[in-house]
Design a protein around this ligand. Structure first.
Ligand code: SF4
Length: 376
């Protein structure tokens, strides 16, 4: 049976953070109607995927899934179990924001089958959290991680953002130091990205906020890799670090170019080389699901060249590029075409070879987008 990862988007949030460009709604009014439409969408896709695919992970992302009542998430998990072929050992992740959960709610989430939390800490510095307009402070973030662990969550990940305005290496180092003292198994560390249409973007354009430059960003990033490595967190993707055996199964499905089905507003799917995406607007999503059972608004069938480019990019950003796999499934002449560039990258210390695979070094990860853009 083929493997399938399922993503469910929960769009509801307490408020809109200044840097966020995810689809989210600051209202809790339509939750029950949204649940109803999600179940209809699950029912629609189960007809096509139940027989051939086994579900290896479910990921509730958002938005703020932890804003939901545990009983609502339980309804979705039970319904998925009823409609899909589910691996009993599957990873079930819930994105969780500090400030939206307490011990009772965390215990409930654990009881209904959530076995991995991805906690949106972002920073342990109160000034930085205020700048990001998060609803929590540092002590709430620490308390959430500790309470989650006490409630039986062994697999906890936290998100952190670096290169915030005026963030010194010392401040960022303190964030990392605090993180590794906590009972967590995974860290996603992202550089602050300026997305069009966000409040932060306007603040930068209006000259109210100054961002730090790319060289400084690379310095913080390389420091992050060294620090986390020294503290037992292995880098397995550009921005992701885990204790041994705690790599995220769901995200690895994206990075290892496996099949995934996205449900809910703005969700993307990728099955056997075909990609499609849903309406972002809740109104259009619900209307489409009522009428057709799904809410697909666009799709693309990747050409062999596009598949090759994506496979190379995703492999180099994560576990490394397996040349034999590339030759067999994507492009038998890619390696010959790029051989001299690969040799140059290895000589300059950006890439190293392990058996049939090429992997980026720390120096390579820091400029990976530039490196990848030059393959042809
Ligand atoms: S809580 Fe998360 S999804 Fe919601 S607005 Fe903030 S960053 Fe975006």
């Amino acid at each position: 049976m083929k493997e399938l990862a399922i993503y469910i988007h929960i769009p509801f949030c307490d408020h809109k953070c200044i840097y966020c460009d995810f689809y989210s709604i600051v209202s809790y009014q339509n939750v029950l109607s949204y649940l109803y439409h999600l179940k209809k969408e699950i029912e629609f896709y189960s007809k096509s995927f139940c027989d051939e695919y086994k579900v290896i992970s479910i990921y509730f992302g958002g938005g703020t899934p932890s804003f939901m009542e545990p009983s609502y998430i339980e309804q979705l998990i039970s319904f998925l179990k009823q409609e899909f072929n589910i691996n009993s050992e599957m990873e079930v992740t819930l994105e969780t924001n500090p400030g939206t959960v307490n011990t009772n709610k965390l215990s409930e989430f654990r009881k209904i089958g959530i076995n991995r939390l991805s906690i949106g800490v972002q920073s342990f510095n109160d000034d930085e959290l205020k700048f990001l307009t998060r609803i929590h402070d540092s002590s709430t973030a620490v308390q959430t991680v500790i309470e989650a662990n006490n409630c039986g969550f062994e697999n906890i990940s936290i998100d952190l953002i670096f290169n915030l305005p005026n963030q010194t290496l010392l401040k960022w180092g303190k964030n990392l130091q605090r993180a590794v003292q906590l009972p967590i198994k995974h860290i996603s560390a992202y550089s602050l990205i300026l997305e069009k249409g966000t409040i932060l973007n306007k603040m930068v354009l209006d000259g109210k906020v100054n961002l730090q430059d790319a060289d400084y960003d690379a310095e913080l990033y390389e420091f992050t890799i060294d620090f986390l490595q020294e503290n037992g967190f292995n880098q397995y993707e550009v921005s992701n670090f885990s204790k041994p055996s705690f790599e995220c199964i769901h995200n690895n499905a994206y990075w290892h170019y496996k099949n995934y089905l996205g449900l809910g507003t703005s969700a993307h799917s990728f099955i056997e080389g075909k990609r499609w995406w849903n309406y972002s607007s809740l109104t259009f999503y619900s209307k489409a699901v009522n009428e057709k059972g799904h809410a697909k608004i666009g799709e693309e069938i990747l050409t062999q060249k596009e598949k090759t480019e994506e496979f190379v990019m995703l492999s180099l950003r994560s576990s490394g590029l397996d040349i034999e796999l590339l030759k067999e499934y994507y492009d038998s002449s890619w390696y010959v075409r790029n051989q001299s560039y690969i040799q140059m990258l290895m000589q300059d210390g950006y890439l190293l070879q392990k058996g049939n695979s090429f992997k980026l070094t720390k120096k390579g990860y820091a400029v990976c987008d530039e490196i990848i853009s030059k393959f042809h």
